[in-house]
Design a binder for this molecule. Structure first.
Ligand code: KG4
Ligand code: ZN
Length: 348
């Protein structure tokens, strides 16, 4: 029964998890609050925080799992994409520890990990215990990425479409910033939208061919919309916060789902999932569930704690690679710009 330690440090969460025989035994994360006042992640501060936190996070993950480091069979880490300084902390730590214990390493792509989140058995979502059937279509929506991925099995991926500019998470975060909300604004737009009218304001639906996405036009229209209304009434945002958030969120979510719908219709795949930080959005979760009835989809949404960055999803992806014998050589380095899926031979 494989016992793997997984480390995630691609952005601003220092996280570690232990998986044993496919079961997550611990999932520890230390989120960096330091970036809030800057309105976005400051790379140098992020890597310093990882440096401070990593020992403690890994030790807590081991302690909570009841597994000794000497019983580990492999150590996995997020290789990329992400911030170089942040990745370097996790990569160096994992490689040094694996070398010290004389056990193999497993490299995991951050996006592959978000997809693997669907296969983590979770008592909260009974369906997830079984995991989706293949082929499986997943909308991967995070702060840095937006794509529709077809999974043919646990380790074979095909990207059908991706964003040509901003990610969905950025569309949320940048609108939140315009509204004067702190970073990361996605969850705050979600919260403020509760009780708001989705039809109060109209934002144009982006028009991009195929299964690709674009959010930059939507973001600009939001900026001009707020600028013009605030000019006429300086209290506009305060007076209409719920309606603004609900209408804007509605546009992002309906746009994401219309592209996903197109991909489902044209591929004939009805096993559908969402993952990544934006999959934590309550309106997206609700709308996707509604599609289950309407379109005969079988919908998979990872438990909330496995949507935003975490190490359990890295551990799950690592378990698949362990079972497939996909280990990595010691010369593997952090790859901040790695292009998902990386088709190069990982056994080097
Ligand atoms: O996957 P993630 O934790 O990190 C990246 O890999 O980027 O995603 C973070 C993104 C941020 O843009 C954040 O605002 C967004 O996910 N997010 C949300 C919600 N929770 C997190 N966006 C909308 N609604 C939410 N509830
Ligand atoms: Zn992520």
């Amino acid at each position: 029964m494989s016992k793997i330690l997984a480390i995630e440090s691609s952005c601003d969460d220092t996280a570690a998890s232990i998986i044993s025989g496919g079961k997550i035994l611990s999932n520890i994360a230390s989120s960096q609050k330091i970036h809030e006042k800057y309105g976005g992640v400051v790379p140098e501060l992020a890597s310093r925080e990882h440096q401070k936190n990593i020992m403690h996070v890994v030790q807590t993950a081991l302690d909570q799992s009841g597994i000794s480091k000497n019983d580990l069979d492999a150590i996995a880490f997020t290789q990329g994409p992400g911030l170089l300084g942040s990745l370097l902390v996790g990569v160096s730590f994992a490689k040094a520890m694996a070398q010290g214990l004389d056990i193999p390493i497993i490299t995991v792509d951050h996006l592959e990990a978000h997809l693997a989140a669907h296969f983590i058995a979770s008592p909260a979502i009974a369906l997830a215990a079984a995991g989706p059937e293949f082929p499986f279509l997943c909308l991967l929506v995070s702060g840095g990425h937006t794509m529709i991925v077809k999974m043919d099995n646990e380790t074979d991926f095909q990207v059908l479409g991706r964003t040509t500019d901003d990610a969905a998470g950025e569309a949320f975060d940048k609108s939140a910033k315009i509204l004067g909300l702190p970073y990361p604004g996605g969850p705050l737009v979600d919260r403020n939208a509760k009780g708001g009218n989705i039809k109060a304001f109209h934002f144009p639906e982006p028009d991009v061919p195929g299964y690709d996405f674009s959010f930059s036009g939507l973001k600009t229209s939001f900026l001009y919309f707020i600028r013009d209304h605030v000019k006429a009434d300086p209290d506009f945002v305060q007076k209409h916060m719920a309606d603004i958030c609900a209408s804007y969120q509605h546009r992002i979510v309906t746009y994401l789902l219309s592209q996903l719908h197109k991909a489902s219709e044209e591929t004939g795949i009805k096993q559908i999932g969402i993952s990544g930080g934006v999959a934590a959005n309550s309106y997206l979760r609700e709308m996707l569930k509604a599609k289950e009835q309407e379109l005969g989809w079988k919908v998979y949404i990872p438990a909330f704690e496995y949507c935003t960055d975490n190490a359990a999803m890295v551990a799950m992806a690592a378990k698949f690679k362990y079972d497939a014998g996909k280990f990595a050589g010691p010369q593997q380095i952090a790859q901040p710009e790695i292009n998902f899926p990386d088709l190069s031979n990982i056994l080097n």
